[in-house]
Structures are given as C-alpha cells and as structure tokens.
Write a protein that binds this ligand. Structure first.
Ligand code: NAD
Length: 258
C-alpha cells in the first residue's frame, strides 16, 4: 500500500513525457493515488491521452487557465464524478519567448508581464478557489505548485518569469494561511533546471543546466522522477505538518554562495 492510497488528485500541466507534471503524476500514482489530468488545448491531447491511460486515469479534462469557464467545468466534473478532492498539483507556467532573453529592463513588456502573471501566478489562486469546496471536509488535503530559484534570486534570461514566480510563491503562502484553518496544506517545490518544453523557451537554458551541474553540491542536475517523488511526499499525509513551505529539489544548488 502506497502513502497516497485512497487519495484522489488532479494534476495540471502535463504536456508530454518530459513534463515535471508527468514526473509528479507518475510518483503519485505509484504511491496509490487515483488521478485526473488536464491538458491545455487540443494540440496537447494526443500526447496526454496515452499518458493518462498509462496511469489508469479516466478523467482527462481540457483546461486553459485563462478560460474561466473551462476552469469551472473542471471542478464541476470532479464534483460530479468524485464528489471530493484530496490533492491538486499546479505545474504550469508561461511567458512570451521574447521576454526570456536579454536584460529584464529592456525585454519586459506590459503585455508579457501581465500574461505571465496571469498564467503562472494568478492561476494557482484561481485553481485553489475551485478546489477548496471539494477539499474542505477531507482529512489532510493538499495543494502544490512548482516554482524556481529565479523567484528568490536573479537568473540570467529568467526575467519576467522570476517576477511571476515570486508572486506565485507569495500566493502559495497566502493560500496556506487562508486555507490552513480548513486543514488544507499549500506548498511549493522549487525544482532545479530540467530540459522540458517550457524550459526550452528560456535563453541559454543549456548554460543554466551546465552551471548547475558543475556547482550544485551533488554535482548533477535533478530528474523529473526526483521532483515527482518529493512532490508526492509533500502531497501526502507523511508531510501533514508542512504548509507554506518552498522545498528545494535542486541538488542543493540554492544553498551555495560560492
Ligand atoms: P512543460 O512545458 O512540460 O509544462 C508546462 C505546462 O504549462 C504545459 O503542460 C503547458 O500546457 C502548461 N500551460 C502553459 N500555459 C497554459 C495555460 N494557459 N493553461 C493551462 N496550461 C498551460 O514544462 P515544465 O518545465 O514541466 O513546467 C512545469 C512547471 O515547473 C512550471 O511551473 C515551470 O515554471 C516549473 N519549473 C520548471 C523548471 C525547469 O527547469 N523545467 C524548474 C523549476 C520549475
């Protein structure tokens, strides 16, 4: 029996096998969770459907987080089919490619700033608002998001995404304070750099990966499996005393100065 046996969760953000969300979904399913997955739009469906099948997940729902009706429909469907929810994983982000290169001051536009904050930060609060009514009577319900060190320190080319991640982390703490009295925990995993579809939009991602590998205490980059295992732990009753936390899963890189 796994440590998520009997738990039902939804994972937002699987695009393909390289997605961190996929690493999280697999780890949660390995620990006994029953899962639903969402996909951003039809273009992603053909990749997400077979992955859902691999997990035995019957619910595969469309959800572009900028579309309020789609978000509402996701939680209506969860209520109809399950009546409750134990875990929610928010593993999605977006910023226009042209904002993720060059210097922050020059590269950042009003539109880019607003869209990256809407999709990468506001969406966590929106999803928590949808999930909360389904979670409040559950023992040890949990909401989890994915963030990056670029929220805390500057990272070349991460630019507006770092500012959106700082907003995401603050939102996580406010949600933890707001939902904690109902027994709902809210946390973030700060993952080290990993080659994914979203990461390929960041200028010089190759150098970021190389730099982390050379300098992190463990002298290597992390895998989606490692991030997934830590996320599954945080989502589980094993982490019942943890809320409002940012857990770094980055080979220790966040802890070094030189
Ligand atoms: P990914 O491309 O596999 O996943 C990003 C997901 O965001 C995709 O599934 C995409 O469909 C979704 N998305 C984008 N816009 C959306 C919208 N409007 N509505 C719904 N979904 C939308 O890349 P990933 O690296 O696995 O990213 C997952 C999360 O992990 C992101 O929050 C990212 O910032 C974070 N993260 C990534 C790294 C890394 O190096 N890859 C490091 C730390 C944190």
């Amino acid at each position: 029996m796994g440590f998520l046996s009997g738990k039902r969760g939804i994972v937002f953000g699987v695009a393909n096998k390289n997605s961190i969300a996929w690493g999280v979904a697999k780890a949660m399913a390995d620990q006994g969770a029953e899962l639903a997955l969402t996909y951003q739009n039809e273009a992603f469906l053909k990749r997400v459907e077979p992955l859902a099948e691999e997990l035995g997940a019957d619910m595969v729902l469309p959800c572009d987080v900028t579309d309020d009706d789609q978000v509402t429909a996701v939680f209506q469907e969860l209520e109809r089919q399950w009546g409750h929810l134990d875990c929610l994983v928010h593993s999605l982000a977006y910023a226009p490619k042209e904002e993720l290169r060059g210097e922050y001051c020059e590269s950042t536009s009003r539109e880019g700033f607003l869209s990256s904050h809407e999709i990468s930060a506001w969406s966590l609060t929106r999803l928590a608002q949808g999930a909360y009514p389904l979670m409040r009577d559950r023992p040890d319900a949990s909401i989890l998001t994915l963030t990056y060190l670029g929220a805390e320190r500057t990272v070349p080319h991460y630019n507006v995404m770092g500012v959106a991640k700082a907003s995401l982390e603050a939102s996580m703490r406010y949600l933890a304070a707001s939902l904690g009295p109902e027994g709902i925990r809210v946390n973030a995993v700060s993952a080290g750099p990993i080659k994914t579809l979203a990461a390929s939009g960041i200028g010089d991602m190759r150098l970021i990966l190389q730099h982390n590998e050379e300098r992190a205490p463990l002298r290597r980059n992390v895998t989606t499996e490692e991030v997934g295992n830590s996320a599954a732990f945080l989502a589980s009753p094993l982490a019942s005393g943890i809320s409002g936390e940012v857990l770094h899963v980055d080979s220790g890189y966040h802890s070094i100065a030189m």
